[in-house]
Design a protein around this ligand. Structure first.
Ligand code: PAF
Length: 283
């Protein structure tokens, strides 16, 4: 496995290949990321992972400085999973000047759910992903492939739109959420939880499942489902941002006839802000 830190080195190594598959990450890898690498590996003729903690997607009060950086351990795990190239630029390499050109998703996606509670987040993500795609795919002769986790459901949707709207020759693949035995979705931010908080953390996923069960039993009062879920989490000591049922294709509230839905939630537990989602279909 090659570890490269500059765009020039990366492009140099990629010259010999036709169709890279790519897994962008911010490091601090867990089994969820490694599953994305396993998924990416057979899709192209060279598998690239990036490790870059992207300042642009963090608000000033968020955890950019304390975000866990575990580079050596990440590289060892990537190598064990057959990754061919790790691209780990520093900030000066990726942002040699202040990034004055940015990609702004349409407000319909950018201002709801994660976008409402983390203004600027999707602009930061879309901008760095566009840039990483330029680094990895600029020379491709065949279509490239990139894999993103479904845990960040809205992010995956933003990136699918980005690629479609800029006619980029890249297929975007979603990787299934990997969960701990008790059902907690794996996340780099789970590491912020104390043992007591870790035991409680599965309540986010369980509350979403309970909302889905109510929908399956015929409930269509979305506002009531949301407020009950929020109260239930608040009662357990959480600070929920949203708990909601949406239709999958545009994350708007379901209308009659919509069958492909997703329950999404985001809530703070102690020092961590956790997100989760479950897709489901109405019969
Ligand atoms: O999901 C992530 O880890 C990040 O948002 C991404 C896609 C690597 C962009 O920084």
């Amino acid at each position: 496995m090659k570890v490269v830190h500059t765009i020039a080195e990366l492009r140099d190594h990629l010259r010999a290949f036709e169709s890279p598959s790519f897994v962008p990450t911010m490091g601090n890898l867990h089994a969820g990321h490694l599953q994305l690498v396993d998924q990416a590996k057979p899709l192209g003729d060279v598998c690239v992972a990036s490790i870059f903690v992207n300042r642009l997607q963090f608000a000033p009060h968020e955890d950019f400085d304390s975000y866990p950086r575990t580079f050596e351990a990440d590289c060892a795990q990537l190598e064990a999973h057959g990754c061919d190239i790790v691209f780990a630029p520093n900030e000066r390499e990726l942002y040699p000047q202040p990034q004055t050109f940015k990609i702004t998703p349409d407000a319909a996606l950018d201002s709801i759910l994660e976008g409402e509670f983390r203004p600027g987040f999707f602009q930061g993500v879309a901008t760095v992903v566009m840039k990483l795609f330029q680094c990895v795919f600029s020379h491709v002769r065949q279509e490239g492939h990139a894999v993103f986790g479904e845990k960040d459901f809205q992010q995956l949707m933003v990136i699918r739109h980005l690629v479609q709207q800029f006619a980029m020759p890249i297929q975007i693949h979603g990787g299934a959420i990997v969960r701990a035995e008790d059902g907690l979705a794996l996340s780099s931010r789970n590491g912020y939880l104390s043992a007591t908080e870790r035991a409680e953390a599965v309540a986010l996923s369980r509350t979403l499942r309970a909302m889905i069960a109510q929908v399956q039993q015929g409930s269509r009062d979305w506002a009531q489902l949301e407020s009950e879920a929020i109260s239930s989490l608040k009662g357990r000591g959480w600070g929920p941002d949203y708990m909601t049922i949406r239709r999958r294709y545009d994350l708007q509230l379901p209308q009659s006839g919509d069958r492909e839905l997703v329950a999404l939630g985001a809530a703070r537990l102690g020092p961590a802000r956790l997100i989760d989602n479950w897709s489901f279909d109405l019969d």
